[in-house]
Write a protein that binds this ligand. Structure first.
Ligand SMILES: *Cc1c(COP(=O)(O)O)cnc(C)c1O
Length: 396
């Protein structure tokens, strides 16, 4: 049997390669950081990690994880509700609730799991899910697992959302769900307007803070802080794999009864292992660090502003970012790939995106700024952009 199937896979893989969509991985042989060492010994500056607060190699997190591993062992070998819950898990859930000013929190192995397990336990075929067209794949998959009626509105388009809300009056309950920050443009969902529409049309609100938490808002507490809509968002999901240390883990945080129901019925929670104690301990330390000072958040914001302003001054076309994501627009797909490859030759890692990840004719280089970047890193990246930009005729 495998022979025929193998041929089929080989053909498909060749087609992916021919379309230029085959994903190759870089082998890093150092901690994740602004400066990374590769397997071949070369060094590069990393501008494509989600390490927004530079915590991925933070000594305090490493120590907290190490201490917890010594005192609590390596793993739990259980799901939470059988014998997989430690005090550390409860402490972390409390720390997340405090950070987002919510009532309760439930942990998952990832935010992919949190989104996969959030809709199906709460909503039925009588209800409606109203989803932003640029929501993350895990929200799309979570929605697919639920029988609720689906509505989709154009990215951050409030008129289109209102149209969906009107149509969804036919259902019993309605929930609007959106990413906090959209990962391709770096724009923030207009939560004040979304919450106002939710109130007008009697809908719940869910936001995925994966790219926004730690980044947006005056002190980095996410979209509720940014838009002053505490108490108006019913469900937040998020990841421990981006700004919050970059290891693994996800969470859903929000209203008490919602979290309680998820603990009873959410399948990725009930049927998947609990996060290791060392991860919980390091994540608790993360929230302590963020409680103590906003220095990391502030530096991250300064870095975005510095990079953006210098790039605009150099003549690049930059999407008006509201986050740690800076999209350098090139429009042309092959150009975006050539540009990223030349940047890698200069020792700068950035990613070129094109259709179908972004709309046709909207190819770009995505740059992700971090608190870990020093001014000299930023200057080096900008100089490389200018050099490659001139070589390829993008700027004069
Ligand atoms: C990264 C991301 C996720 C997935 O998070 P993991 O914890 O890595 O599974 C989910 N939603 C959004 C919006 C993301 O950006």
């Amino acid at each position: 049997m495998y022979g025929k199937f193998q041929k089929y896979l080989q053909d498909e893989l060749s087609a992916i390669k021919e379309a230029g969509l085959y994903k190759n991985e870089r082998n890093i042989a150092s901690p994740q950081s602004a400066e990374i060492k590769l397997e071949d010994g070369s060094v590069a500056l990393n501008f494509c990690a989600n390490n927004y607060l530079g915590l991925a190699d933070n000594p305090r997190l490493i120590e907290a994880a190490g201490k917890a591993m010594k005192s609590r062992g390596y793993g739990m070998s259980s799901v939470r509700f059988i014998c997989g819950t430690q005090d550390l898990h409860k402490q972390l859930e409390k720390a997340i609730s405090d950070f987002f000013r919510t009532e309760d929190t439930i942990l998952y192995a990832s935010c992919f799991d949190a989104n996969g397990g959030v809709f199906e336990p709460l909503l039925t075929a009588d209800d409606a899910i109203i989803s932003d067209s640029l929501n993350h794949a895990s929200i799309i998959d979570g929605v697919r697992l639920c029988k609720a009626v689906r509505y989709r509105y154009a990215n951050a388009d409030m008129e289109d959302l209102e149209r969906c809300l009107k149509e969804a009056q036919a259902q019993r309950f309605r929930i609007i769900c959106t990413d906090g920050v959209f990962s391709m443009d770096g724009n923030v969902a207009p939560m004040d307007k979304i919450c106002a529409l939710a109130e007008k049309y009697d809908a719940l609100v869910m936001v995925d803070e994966s790219h926004s938490a730690g980044v947006v808002g005056k002190t980095g507490r996410g979209v509720a802080e940014q838009f002053g809509c505490y108490g108006k968002i019913d469900i937040f999901t998020g990841t421990l794999g981006k700004a919050f240390g970059g290891a693994v883990g996800g969470f859903t945080t929000g209203r008490k009864e919602i979290i309680d129901m998820l603990r009873q019925r959410s399948r990725p929670y009930l049927f998947s292992n609990s996060i290791p104690p060392m991860i919980a301990a390091a994540a608790i330390e993360t929230f302590k660090i963020l409680e103590e000072s906003t220095a990391l958040h502030d530096r991250q914001q300064e870095n975005v502003a510095y990079f953006r302003d210098k790039m605009i001054a150099a003549g690049f076309d930059i999407k008006p970012t509201q986050s740690a994501i800076c999209a350098v627009m090139l429009y042309d797909a092959p150009l975006s790939q050539k540009f990223a490859a030349k940047m890698a030759e200069e020792g700068i890692f950035v990613t070129g995106f094109y259709y179908p990840v972004v709309p046709k004719g909207q190819a770009r280089i995505r740059v992700q700024l971090s608190a870990a970047h020093k001014k000299e890193h930023l200057d080096k990246a900008i100089a490389a952009f200018v050099k490659v930009g001139r070589e390829l005729g993008v700027i004069k």
